[in-house]
Design a protein around this ligand. Sequence first.
Ligand code: ADP
Length: 486
Amino acid sequence: MKTETSLQWKLVKYLLAFVIALLALLWLFQVVFLDSFYQRFKIEGIEKIGNTLAANLESEKFTEIVAQQARQNDACIRVLNGLGQIQTTNTMGCQLYNLSNAEIAEYVAQAQANGGSYLDIQSEKVVSELPNGNLLLSNKHGSKNLIYFKIVDNTSYFKTIIMVNTHISPINATTETLRTQLGYIALIVVVASLGLAYLMSRKIVKPIVNINQSARQMAEGNYDIVFTGRGYKEITQLNDTMNHTTRKLKEVDQMRRDLIANVSHDLRTPLTMISGYGEMMRDLPGENTPENVQVIIDEAHRLSNLVNDLLDLSKLQENKIELHIQDFDLTQLIQTVLYRYEKFMTQDGFDIQFQPAESVRVNADPDRLGQVLYNFINNAINYSLDDKRIVIRQLVNGNRVRVEVEDHGEGISEDKLNYIWDRYYKVDKTHKRSSAGSGIGLAIVREILELHHAQYGVRSEVGQGSVFWFGLSMTSDSKRVPDCAG
Ligand code: ADP
């Protein structure tokens, strides 16, 4: 199994690699190549002097320029032409004055062969006296003499010879100092970067470790855990997401428990009735009446309705249901649905009002919209208290129609309004009529209306009642009667 490196260790590794690369670069430039950089710099300098002087040969200020160049570059300069020496600077320690005429002629020839200029780099000599009194000429370690010749063809008669001499002093001592310094710097930087890596990783890793520990507890089923990882933006966001997830999981868990409680309660009531009535009819011949058989049939219907609802919802949520969209008369559909409620109106004293001003047509699935209406009206009946007035409205605005079902019952408090469309949600778990509903009616309604891309919603006030509504686009051949809508 591949073991993963921890973030802490990775940070240390990256930071160390960066520091080592930086130090290596410093060492290369300051120690290894310093000598050659310095020499290159000196060579470029001497060539530049030659070029400057060549360009100013005719200038009135030539003498000044020669002096200035010599001063700035710590160089010795001689300029000769066919007539003799025309310019010269400090002669002290200047190699140019040690050159014999033959050597000068040799350099001039080299320069001419080399396209006009020639640079000779010589090791500087020192003279030391041996114990036996003899003199020894040896190379002065690291010191070099640069002798530069430049031939300028400025007149047809004479050539001008520019001679420049500079020194390269030994830089061993400098490199030695730099190397020692670099050693200290390396030590300090490595220790500092280790410390920094430790601090950074603590800051970054600690909240992650905290969140991970809480997440483990959450996975064990502890939904009361609160995530406390803070410190920087990303971790705060992750923390908030995890807290949100825990809340959601807790809700889902609660719903699952409610579902089991609801469904088993909903199944048990009709099953008890069926078996109770069945046994009674078997044991007491006098009870074998059509009314009692009807109770068994009704309860069996309730059972199958409940199971159908559950199946319906799962199919709707998996998008397995196809809508049979057609152009139909919505007003007529509402009236057909209401016709089935006539029994309530007469027997239980419900007053369901619907006075459409016009007939509107929509493009939708009539069976599914019928289901929506049944749900809204059933709920209005179930949650109506003493005021048994239910008003159904059909409001037309532009090319849209909105159907509202209004009851004057108990209403729903604002904090519950968002949840009632969720599966298995019941505002009052101990509602006296809870056996009538399973808490999935509005979840089915929501799925159906969303499949239709319809608008829907609810307005409600506790103690005043609720208005459930949905809105659809009308088709063009709706029979409109202006100003009478609703
Ligand atoms: P149920 O089968 O429990 O009625 P629904 O999904 O139809 O399930 O409704 C969910 C919950 O919304 C109900 O349990 C009830 O608390 C609340 N509710 C729905 N309609 C109304 C209404 N007209 N008045 C008051 N509460 C309502």
